[in-house]
Design a protein around this ligand. Structure first.
Ligand code: SF4
Ligand code: SF4
Length: 351
């Protein structure tokens, strides 16, 4: 029996599929960058793609909200003239892991709220996502089982799962169906393939286990009790305030707005650039007041922005368990260790 929601791509056709897709669309995928580093970059052939990779240095959010993005151009030399700028390109992202798809889902929620962020939404509407399932943990920094992001849960157009000789592909949207039809290397899935997928997922349960001794539903309670925890003092002493952890986080979206004006002060552009709540001046406001002067309160804020505040606003945690913040921290601050310390603290013990 055939299942129209699923298709099969034999591995021997993978390179042809990627070549064909890259002729039809701009395509980006994870590429090996040396040492243990990967990055989403434009590709034209299957050989360039790292099918097995740990999370890329920057998450795919860089396509949805570029590091530097012009929003407005103005010219006052001939009257009052200001034009909104929306630069975007159609692109397909291949090989997005479930944790990063979850990150994009978080950003979609944030930027769809009133007032909607048109620049973000235009990027989002023009990006198609081909997901790729992780068969095993990428490394010791991940906490994707705890955050329940280790399995696919929507947010993609099509989704690849590696089942040995072939990929089984879940078709989730019309755009996904078009990719399948336009490239032409796929076969309909039979019930035997679906059975293999079910048994693969069963085996996966034995590999992915809760990484910390806490239930997901109880994390926000833990944070309710931990605002005055001494754990934040420890981070105060260790954090270098470099901002790496927020730059690499798939759900951090803070930006600064800046103007670049010509020497005659008549024309220029307004742009946004990624910012970080871990940097000293981030919370400085008019009059010179800074309401987060210490690294302790900035670190605490980062954790509360992942595990407490979004629960009130979006009913979801904003950590996807990707492990990037831990992987990139030069001071050795590890998210799982912080959570473990909170769980083991006197505040954590008051369950
Ligand atoms: S990456 Fe580490 S040192 Fe840098 S701001 Fe984040 S926690 Fe602090
Ligand atoms: S807080 Fe760390 S582990 Fe969680 S989503 Fe951000 S970078 Fe990934």
């Amino acid at each position: 029996m055939q299942d129209k929601q699923y298709a099969i791509l034999w591995k021997e056709n993978f390179n042809n599929f990627i070549s064909s897709l890259s002729k039809l669309h701009k395509l980006a995928a994870p590429v090996f960058k040396g040492y243990n580093n990967y990055a989403f970059e434009n590709v034209r052939s299957g050989q360039e793609i790292a099918l097995k990779y740990i999370p890329t240095i920057l998450p795919p959010k860089k396509f949805f909200m570029p590091v530097h993005e012009t929003l407005l151009e103005y010219d006052f030399s001939r009257g009052l003239k200001a034009d909104a700028v929306t630069e975007y390109e159609e692109i397909i992202l291949f090989g997005v892991h479930t944790c990063d798809i979850a990150g994009i889902q978080c950003l979609n929620m944030v930027f769809s709220e009133h007032p909607q962020d048109q620049n973000y939404l235009i990027h989002s509407q023009n990006i198609k996502i081909i997901g790729l399932e992780c068969n095993e943990y990428c490394d010791e920094f991940a906490n994707c089982h705890l955050m329940n992001t280790h399995l696919p849960d929507g947010g993609y157009d099509i989704f690849f799962t590696d089942l040995g000789d072939y990929f089984i592909v879940h078709i989730n949207t019309q755009a996904g169906e078009d990719i399948i039809k336009d490239t032409g290397f796929f076969m309909s899935a039979q019930s035997s393939h679906l059975n293999e997928l079910a048994s693969y997922r069963e085996k996966k349960q034995a590999i992915f286990k809760n990484e910390l001794p806490v239930e997901l539903d109880l994390i926000h309670d833990l944070f309710d009790r931990s605002f005055e925890s001494r754990i934040w003092d420890d981070l105060d002493e260790r954090c270098l305030a470099c901002g790496n952890c927020t730059n690499v986080c798939p759900t951090c979206y803070c930006f600064d707005i800046r103007d670049e004006i010509n020497l005659h002060l008549t024309a220029g552009k307004r742009y946004r650039v990624w910012d970080s709540c871990q940097l000293g001046p981030f919370a400085k406001v008019a009059g010179g007041k800074n309401f987060r002067t210490t690294r302790k309160v900035r670190q605490r804020h980062r954790y509360y922005r992942k595990f407490r505040y979004p629960m009130d606003r979006f009913s979801r945690y904003f950590c996807t368990g990707c492990g990037r913040c831990s992987r990139s921290c030069m001071a050795g601050i590890r998210l799982k260790e912080t959570l473990k310390s909170l769980i083991g603290s006197k505040e954590g013990a008051k369950a």
